[in-house]
Design a binder for this molecule. Structure first.
Ligand code: ME8
Length: 513
């Protein structure tokens, strides 16, 4: 079976989940579910990044120990993901003993190999981004992103990142899908046109105590990015003698894909990949950087902006399905996208309430009214206009997911629903049935019901709960693992099945009230 290992970034525990991190995690959850539907054996990792000066400071401001702060916030992330139907296999924490041990082993390996050395270093340091900035980037005491910096002089350990520059450029050029979308690949290649500097990988304990001590100098802790990046491979057993088979299976033999926001492209595409090269470990197969969710002012929604909408509040107004559906159907995954409650509600009303929801309620109501609720027979020949959609559906979903464009997996579903809506209007089974043309009306309703079944199956990864509810009404026991088989079936509902009377499945969202 094809294997697929997918990751989100590990989020900092200096804030609770917000709409930006919720977006990333929901998208990866849905993509992982689509991969299951396409027959992959999958493993999905998310988690929290818990070391560094930012976390140390946040805990200090709260007057509690950093570990207590991390435990509380990490738990919030973990429970919040289950409330938004995110089903991960691994929730990874960088303060776990196993992680600390692996980071220590990894750094020891690099040190012994001669890829880590120490020197005195002075530079502009930005606490909130946890990194040094070159003099040329600093304007009026601020980073290009407007964050304050301080001048710092200290002994640091460095990773010989520069020695891997050419190897990385070659790898990117030889593996066209390695960094995606293409614009991000070009961005990294542009960055690599300048000589790559060595990477400072330590911070003195006198300044930051909240980190993993270096195995060869306990007066220093590991730079939080190096610590955190190692998680992806550590979670599969990197440098763990007793997990060699697992590492082979889930890292070496799987399609390994990191999804990140475009803000953290360099750390992943350059720091992480050169570290892996130095550790003689296979690189991930793909790093995909998605765009940002923007607020009404077209700014990146972030925890530091006061006007960020809490995801809980959004869900209270429009419901979780509408939020997940908006992300999947409306956002071009590689690009920035606006978000507002109004936009998500409009999308939900048009595609879910008026289209799929309406189709389902028409089928259920009329079949109850004229056929005692018993599913009528299929016609001898399904109209070709409908079959054209049905026949390509699975393939279109597969193509969309393999090219990381989930909205292209939704579009053929909506096109199929639109065609079916027209087909219903043209045949008007409600009129046919009234006139006593029960065979014709029944066949038309059955075709429509089959389209509703397929649409629901195709949307399982996006709205896992709601689609299960609908499929249960059709006596289909859905699972992503047998989803492909179901999606390729035509017809798939049992003739004569008794349909219950239903309330609207996707109620219209009335924003005014
Ligand atoms: O950078 N739109 O953690 P972080 C879309 N700990 N995605 C957004 C977003 C927005 N407005 N805001 C945030 C870190 N994100 C490090 C990562 S990985 C080993 C360490 C998402 O809590 C997006 O995925 O700042 C972005 O890359 C990530 O949150 C940053 O999360």
């Amino acid at each position: 079976m094809k294997k697929y290992y997918v990751t989100t970034p590990l989020y900092y525990v200096n804030s609770e989940p917000h709409l930006g991190t919720t977006y990333s995690t929901i998208m990866v959850d849905g993509i992982n579910r689509y991969r299951k539907l396409l027959g992959f054996n999958t493993r999905f990792l998310t988690g929290t990044d818990e070391h560094g000066q930012k976390i140390q400071q946040t805990a200090k401001e709260r007057g509690i120990e950093p570990q207590q702060h991390c435990d509380e916030l990490s738990r919030k992330f973990q429970t919040f993901w289950s409330t938004v139907d995110v089903e991960f296999d691994i929730f990874y924490r960088t303060t776990s003993p196993k992680h600390k041990d692996t980071v220590s082993k990894a750094l020891d390996f690099l040190h012994q190999k001669g890829d880590i050395y120490s020197k005195e270093y002075s530079g502009w340091y930005c606490v909130s981004e946890e990194c040094f900035y070159p003099e040329t980037d600093i304007k009026d005491g601020k980073t290009p992103t407007g964050r304050p910096v301080e001048w710092i002089s200290e002994k640091n350990y460095f990773f010989k990142m520069s020695s891997y520059q050419q190897k990385l450029i070659d790898h990117i050029n030889n593996n066209p899908g390695f960094i995606a979308p293409k614009s991000r690949k070009n961005e990294v290649l542009g960055f690599l046109k300048q000589p790559l500097e060595d990477l400072s990988i330590s911070r003195p304990k006198s300044r930051i105590h909240w980190g993993i001590p270096l195995p060869f100098d306990s007066e220093h802790v590991a730079y939080v990015w190096v610590d955190a990046l190692i998680n992806y491979a550590a979670a599969c057993g990197l440098f763990q003698e007793d997990r060699k088979n697992e590492f082979n299976s889930w890292w070496n033999e799987s399609f390994v894909q990191h999804f990140i926001g475009k803000d953290i492209l360099t750390t992943h595409a350059v720091y992480w990949t050169t570290l892996l090269m130095a550790m003689d470990v296979k690189l991930p197969d793909q790093i995909f950087a998605h765009g940002w969710i923007l607020n009404k002012e077209s700014e990146k929604m972030s925890k530091s902006l006061g006007d960020v909408i809490a995801p809980e509040d959004i869900i209270n107004v429009i419901g979780l399905d509408s939020l997940r559906y908006y992300f999947f159907s409306e956002v071009n995954f590689g690009k920035d996208a606006p978000f507002s409650v109004e936009l998500a509600a409009l999308k939900s009303n048009s595609d879910l309430a008026n289209n799929l929801g309406n189709l389902l309620s028409r089928c259920f109501t009329l079949i109850n009214k004229y056929y005692d609720g018993l599913v009528p027979e299929m016609p001898d020949q399904t109209p070709q206009v409908i079959l054209d959609h049905v026949e390509d559906l699975y393939e279109n979903i597969e193509k969309a997911i393999l090219k990381n464009q989930p909205s292209d997996a939704i579009k053929p579903v909506i096109d199929m629903l639109n065609t079916t809506g027209k087909y219903l209007e043209e045949n008007a089974p409600w009129k046919q049935a009234k006139k006593g043309e029960l065979k014709e009306a029944g066949e038309c309703l059955r075709v429509a019901l089959e389209v509703a079944r397929l649409s629901t199956l195709a949307l399982m990864p996006v709205m896992p709960n709601k689609t299960t509810e609908i499929l249960n009404l059709l006596n289909i026991k859905p699972s992503l693992e047998n989803g492909a088989e179901e999606l390729k079936k035509w017809p798939g509902v049992q003739t004569g099945l008794k349909l219950e009377k239903i309330k609207p499945i996707f109620p219209r969202i009335d924003l005014e009230s």
